[in-house]
Design a protein around this ligand. Structure first.
Ligand code: FMN
Length: 341
């Protein structure tokens, strides 16, 4: 069924296809039709103190503004992450800025945090009917210098706090100049320390401690991974999401669009993302959860991330190529892998 829709969508540009797909999904959900596609079995798990109906989530970036939470939430995902959102609305980079590398089940994007701003997202999150786990992913505006980045993250953090089940600190998108420098030990300690302190205040005010996840890049070297694994627990963070898109181009040489600037996602990212995930699991204490993302296009890829130490998984690009069936595939593969073990 999705195969047919995909053929039609792929006749248009990736961004037009994205809008058409989400608007059609919204319409289908309004008429109650999306419940029919959701075949994922229940596979409940508790992570970060939250109850998830299954371990398969939608990665950040598909619903940057929270405009499609209810529709996406009806597809059987165990959780949905919206954003990245910034304090002020911003248009992102000039188009074209998203490219399909269909033969590799991959994409390259240089969107640059196009979004309607945190006030819009908060309205949408507050109005949601979706009862499942909602993560909200926060970032900084492109014109905020890194020395003032903490202010942007805090501004978003304050506003999304009452509406989020968990909050993701995105310091790993390659399309905002200098953003990934926030992964450096001193900058990271400053940022996470400020967020942890603000959480103390907000958790008293709202009578709820919202878990914080830190989303990292796949392009970190081993000392870089180890320093994150050192700072994250020290700052009292609850989870690491590994990984964002890569600026490298593994295995896509010669494919159309492979030379475009931006972050590569999908199949060719998997090996790098898995390597970062595995090293983080070794370096982090047990109490810090891991969310594995990057290159899941089949159920077996999701099961492998669990084997490497992920507590939960997410995908974005796999959803573009495989549609909602990928949720069921992943849940089933994980259950089967556990049963076989
Ligand atoms: C078009 C596009 C937009 C994205 N936007 C965001 C974003 O706003 N924030 C973020 O943290 N990750 C963003 N991502 C990264 C994904 O959440 C995910 O980490 C990455 O694509 C690797 O997973 P995948 O191979 O399953 O796509 C984006 C990815 C794509 C393809």
């Amino acid at each position: 069924m999705y195969g047919l829709l995909r053929t039609a969508l792929f006749q248009t540009s990736p961004e037009t296809a994205h809008e058409l797909a989400l608007e059609s999904l919204r319409l289908a959900h309004t008429f109650g039709a999306t419940g029919l596609v959701c075949k994922a079995q229940s596979d409940p798990v508790q992570v970060m103190g939250l109850d998830f109906p299954n371990r398969v989530g939608l990665a950040a970036g598909m619903d940057k503004n929270g405009d499609y939470i209810d529709a996406l939430g009806s597809l059987g995902f165990g959780f949905i992450e919206i954003g990245t959102v910034t304090p002020r609305p911003q248009p992102g980079n000039p188009k074209p800025r998203v490219f399909r590398l269909a033969r590799a089940e991959a994409m390259i994007n240089r969107l640059g945090f196009n979004n309607k701003g945190v006030d819009h997202l908060v309205k949408r999150a507050a109005a949601r009917r979706y009862k499942g786990v909602l993560g909200i992913n926060i970032g900084k505006n492109f014109d905020t210098p890194n020395e003032r980045a903490v202010e942007d993250y805090l501004a978003c953090f304050d506003k999304v706090y009452p509406h989020a089940d968990y909050i993701t600190v995105n310091i790993s998108s390659p399309n905002t100049v200098g953003l990934r420098d926030l992964q450096g030990e001193a900058a990271l300690r400053g940022l996470l320390g400020a967020l942890a302190e603000r959480r103390e205040t907000l958790s008293t005010e709202h009578h709820r401690r919202v878990p914080i996840a830190v989303k990292v890049a796949p392009d970190l070297d081993e000392p870089g991974i180890d320093s994150i694994a050192h700072v994250v627990p020290e700052a009292g963070m609850d989870a690491v999401i590994a990984t964002n898109t890569t600026i490298e181009r593994p295995g896509v040489e010669g494919l159309q669009h492979a030379g475009e600037t931006g972050g590569l996602s999908g199949g060719p990212l998997r090996e790098k993302a898995d390597a970062v995930l595995a090293r983080l699991r070794q370096a982090l204490p047990e109490r810090v959860a891991l969310i594995g993302v990057g290159g899941i296009t089949r159920g077996a890829h999701a099961a492998h991330k669990i084997e490497l130490g992920a507590d939960l998984v997410q995908f974005y690009t796999g959803f573009v190529y495989r549609g909602p069936d990928l949720v069921t595939d992943c849940v089933n593969a994980m259950v089967a892998a556990r049963t076989a073990a």
